[in-house]
Design a protein around this ligand. Structure first.
Ligand code: GLC
Length: 603
């Protein structure tokens, strides 16, 4: 400030009283202006929605055994995850979901838990977990834990005590007498089957009763008709909420309840391709989706989450694993106290699924959503083959473009951001119990090992996943080209760079909360418009077919002639470079080519 202006200002208003008055008047005017702007926007119904953190982030699933190994035993661990947290900052991902790291005999690789409030030494310890949440939070990353309520391990202390009929634990599990046969023999109470094949009932010689297990016999089902057990599991949630976790992915929820009348056999599905020991040989009206019972348990969990939310007003998130078959089932889960059920429709993408097929799957996600319900999309997880393999590696970028530009929360399974593929597994290398129950000729149809291979970090030996010479599952043979480091360092286009660009773009209102309107769709191409208020509009057009498609995009809902490419799928010989100006009346997309185009509105 010059001496002159200083003098002037002193002359104009030099007393404290006067300065206060000016301040008040200025603040008042600014506040009034803001109010008028907000009100006029609100009057026009154009307020951006209030959004929760889980609606604005990408959820990234970490399968801990396969993410990063810090102690060179060939198995990923918590310290490994901590060492890679900057990966998420790079990607613009704001939430990680970590598959189970609890104490476990690892019959189902962590989904058989022998202590819900401790960590397996394979993965680390409670201090490591505390460090993980602290380091994640420092980077603005939310931490979602897998919560596995349906069953425990048979090595859990509760099961041991239940076998002995110790009063407190006697009814922690689902026990039934067998059906008596001749000469003191007995058979299971009914025909119910395990998801992993064969009877869902296992005889326990010590207790002289059968127990029910929807999954492995080493995973006895917990009894949610026992209030003491319900409370016990609520306390497990509290344990982790106390330690700062931001939410839970709830495992296998549809299996939580069975009818109490175990004399009811489940009906046949009439699937002639299956043998009578396979789960889908039957339908499951008595052992799946008993929604009224489930709603109560979920409401109890929500109350627990609210205890913590009420302290700091930060939403504690709950997402449910439920493979819904109908719109009605999907809606039923949305009506529960969970924030949302995962929508698994995109898992059905295969080679033959082109533009209109993908449109149908996406439309189903949005269909009949209750008011305020939020859609979400999943490509893969530790139970399903990678979509990159199902659809074909040439579609990796097109698929990520789809996932990250739809309206709703995307979930990325580790490795999707670099285009990882399923790995080839021999019978001897395979470890997944779901595959191992079959013989060598068919195990691959069921084994989940191919999608669980180690994360490919670099082109070092073992893909930079471990310093050991072996890993629990083999590293993909393509790791020298498909890996984080090489893709980050690439001169031009790379899969990870596209992922990052799109993740950043998602932060713009049209993608974050804007409307979603389907545009041109045919057997090859799927396209849609994203727009919000007066923000620039975006057209996303992707060719999921096997041949070239030329279409005119100028009609509704686009209603424009030209646009600018802001992202492409980096195809060799691509016609449309980033920043190039395109004529919307004639866009030609090769197979597996996709574009994000910012619409230029006519002046
Ligand atoms: C869920 C998990 C799966 C596990 C099963 C039993 O479906 O995603 O991996 O095997 O539950 O816990």
């Amino acid at each position: 400030m010059t001496a002159m202006t200083k003098d002037k200002s002193q002359h104009f208003c030099s007393t404290v009283k006067c300065q206060c008055l000016v301040l008040l008047l200025t603040a008042g005017c600014v506040a009034a202006a803001v109010c008028v702007a907000l009100l006029s926007t609100a009057v026009r119904g154009r307020m951006p929605p209030d959004m929760e953190w889980w609606q604005t982030t990408i959820i990234y699933q970490i399968y801990p055994r396969s993410f990063m190994d810090s102690n060179n035993d060939g198995i990923g661990d918590i310290r490994g995850i901590i060492s890679k947290l900057d990966h998420f900052t790079y990607l613009n991902v704001k939430a990680i979901w970590i598959s189970p790291v609890y104490e476990s005999p690892m019959k189902d690789f962590g989904y058989d838990i022998s202590n819900f409030t401790n960590v397996s030494p394979i993965f680390g310890n409670l201090t490591d977990m505390a460090n993980l949440t602290e380091e994640a939070h420092k980077r603005g990353l939310k931490v979602i834990l897998d919560f596995v309520p349906n069953h425990s391990s048979n090595l859990h202390m509760w099961f041991n005590e239940s076998v002995k009929r110790t009063p407190r634990y006697k009814d922690y599990y689902v026990w039934r007498d067998g059906i008596a046969g001749p000469n003191g023999t007995h058979s299971p109470p009914n025909n119910w089957l395990s998801v992993f094949k064969n009877s869902a009932w296992e005889w326990n010689e010590e207790r002289k009763q059968y127990y029910y297990h929807a999954f492995l016999k080493e995973q006895p089902d917990l009894n949610y008709r026992n209030p003491a057990l319900v409370e016990e599991m609520q306390n497990a949630l509290r344990f982790w909420l106390e330690r700062g976790v931001d939410g839970f992915r709830i495992d296998a929820l549809p299996y939580l309840f069975e009818v109490t009348n175990t004399s009811w056999n489940e009906p046949k599905s009439n699937r002639t391709d299956l043998d009578p020991t396979q789960y889908d040989y039957l339908t499951h009206p008595y052992t799946q989706n008993l929604m009224d019972d489930m709603y109560k348990v979920l409401a109890g969990w929500r109350d627990v989450l609210d205890e913590y939310e009420n302290l700091d007003e930060k939403r504690r998130f709950m997402v449910v694993e439920a493979y819904t078959k109908t719109t009605a089932e999907k809606i039923a889960w949305y009506k529960s106290a969970a924030d949302m059920p995962f929508y698994f429709g995109l898992l059905n993408i295969n080679k033959a699924c082109g533009g209109s097929c993908i449109r149908d799957i996406v439309d189903e996600a949005y269909k009949d959503l209750p008011a305020n319900a939020w859609a979400n999309f999943v490509f893969g997880n530790h139970d399903n083959r990678r979509v990159s393999t199902k659809k074909g590696p040439e579609f990796v970028n097109a698929l990520n473009m789809l996932l990250l530009t739809l309206k709703g929360t995307p979930t990325t399974y580790y490795g999707e951001e670099i285009g990882m593929l399923d790995v080839n597994i021999t019978y001897n290398q395979s470890v997944d119990p779901q595959g191992k129950v079959y013989n060598e000729s068919v195990f691959l149809k069921y084994s989940r090992d191919p999608e669980r291979s180690p994360m490919q970090w670099s082109n070092d030996t073992m893909a930079g996943f471990t310093n050991s010479t072996t890993s629990w599952l083999p590293v993909g043979s393509n790791y020298r080209t498909i890996n984080v480091e090489t893709e980050k360092d690439a001169e031009g286009f790379s899969t990870i760079k596209l992922y990052r660009t799109l993740a950043k773009l998602r932060e713009e209102p049209p993608f974050r909360y804007g409307l979603f309107k389907t545009a041109v769709v045919n057997n090859n191409t799927y396209s849609y418009l994203r727009h919000a208020f007066d923000f620039p509009q975006y057209l996303i057009a992707i060719n999921f077919g096997s041949s070239t498609d030329t279409s005119d995009y100028t009609k509704a809902p686009v209603n424009a002639e030209r646009g600018v490419v802001v992202a492409n799928t980096g195809n060799v010989n691509a016609t449309y470079n980033v920043n190039s100006n395109v004529d919307l009346s004639r866009i030609t997309l090769n197979s597996a080519e996709g574009l994000v185009i910012k619409i230029i509105n006519a002046p």
